[in-house]
Design a protein around this ligand. Structure first.
Ligand code: IPM
Ligand code: MG
Length: 399
């Protein structure tokens, strides 16, 4: 299935079950084959939040008559310890043999001193590239229950609902040549990278972005630095050309320089609906967009390919400072599993249920430490998982 088609479903839905139409109970009970999910718990809080996500997935799946067959493989620091490299061939193989990959987080102090080439992050980049997951969807929406959690005024952020579509396997992250050298004139050491995009690379990410914008509010901002960079001039030209396709007539396309986009995101984030940009600009802007929502611990992401399995992972990292203490927030991981069901496994009913459960536990006042507010009940990762399971049942009874 093309990324285009898969990305289509519920492109603007975000989480929290907003407007989620629940499928009738058992509607999808038809004996569908179990969906093969390759679970990559990774490092730090990864295993804790993975355990919660698996339980919630299975429970939501049962309510919809959907089954999952999980395999598990090491990635990041865990894989360095087990196999000497952050993405062993066997892990990539297990991912390729699955319908979708659910990744928690990678990295930790223990591996911070390794040379760049051997660090856990390399495993993540190799995984994205190895599966050709070129389209990274990073929704940033402010849940009404958490509007006060943002460091910006709540009137600036409440109602924010942005989808950042980031190109993920090209640009300066992967461009050649790269490396270290010596300045010919002075002999000074140099470090260099290459920011390069081919036309087809820009075309395919632009198509995904237009498709998603169409299913959202129909506004697409393409972010570049075409006042300075040739690579951005090509980017702008190609995105405009795709925008002129008959099928994209309904989308209002505009262009913004990346520095202005960074400012506008903080100044008036509600002006944005869908944003499309290259790898490094997307890396930076998606973190900024995430923080509008108050907690990066709430945000999921999806990285999809043309035809193979996608990678679904929370935007946050492995939080080694709180690993193993039952203090992690599992909600972004659960919402990532919901995105997996929606975009990668064609199980929108399961996604709706999981998102509704997240919304319900927040309504009920459960909060992990990172999103704790006065008057709410602070719980750990496991307890949040139990609350989610109860919420699934409760929502099911009411439905
Ligand atoms: C992200 C991260 C990664 C990236 C790092 C960990 C390599 O920041 O997913 O945004 O830069 O893409
Ligand atoms: Mg990043």
């Amino acid at each position: 299935m093309a990324a285009r088609a898969r990305a289509g479903r519920g492109g603007g839905a975000g989480a929290g079950g907003r407007g989620a139409a629940r499928a009738p109970r058992g509607a999808r009970a038809a004996a569908a084959a179990a969906k093969r999910v390759c679970l990559l718990p990774g490092d730090g809080i990864g295993p804790e939040i993975s355990a919660v996500a698996v339980e919630v997935l299975e429970a939501a799946g049962r309510l919809e008559g959907a089954e999952f067959a999980f395999s598990e493989a090491p990635v990041g620091g865990a894989a360095i310890d087990a196999a000497g490299e952050p993405l062993p061939a066997s892990t990539l193989e297990a991912c390729r043999a699955s319908d979708a990959v659910l990744l928690a987080a990678i990295g930790g102090y223990k591996w911070d001193t390794l040379p760049a080439k051997e660090r856990p992050e390399r495993g993540l980049l190799a995984l994205r590239a190895g599966l050709d997951c070129f389209a990274n969807l990073r929704p940033a929406y402010v849940l009404p229950q958490l509007a006060d959690a943002s460091s910006l005024k709540s009137e600036v952020v409440s109602g924010v609902d942005i989808m950042v579509v980031r190109e993920l396997v090209g640009g300066i992250y992967f461009g050649e040549p790269r490396g270290f050298g010596e300045d010919a004139a002075t002999g000074a050491r140099t470090g260099f990278n290459t920011m390069v995009y081919t036309e087809p690379e820009i075309e395919r990410i632009a198509r995904v972005a237009f498709d998603i914008a169409q299913k959202r509010q129909g506004r697409l901002v393409s972010v570049d630095k075409s006042n300075v960079l040739e690579v951005s001039q090509l980017w702008r030209e190609v995105v405009s050309r795709i925008g002129a396709d008959a099928g994209n007539a309904g989308v209002d396309l505009s262009h913004m320089y990346v520095d202005n986009a960074a400012m506008q995101l903080i100044r008036n984030p509600k002006q944005f609906d869908t944003v499309v940009t290259g790898n490094i600009f997307g890396d930076i802007l998606s973190d900024a967009a995430a923080m509008l929502t108050g907690s990066i611990g709430m945000l999921p992401s999806a990285s999809i390919s043309e035809s193979g399995p996608g990678v679904y992972e929370p935007v946050h990292g492995s939080a080694p400072d709180i690993a193993g203490q039952d203090r992690a927030n599992p909600l972004a991981m659960v919402l990532s599993a919901a995105m997996m069901c929606r975009y990668g496994l064609d199980l929108p009913g399961v996604a709706d249920r999981m998102e509704a459960a997240v919304s319900l536990v927040l309504d009920q006042g459960f909060r992990t430490g990172d999103i704790m507010q006065e008057g709410k009940q602070e719980v750990g990762c496991k307890r949040m998982g139990e609350a989610l399971l109860a919420a699934l049942e409760e929502a099911n009874v009411k439905a």
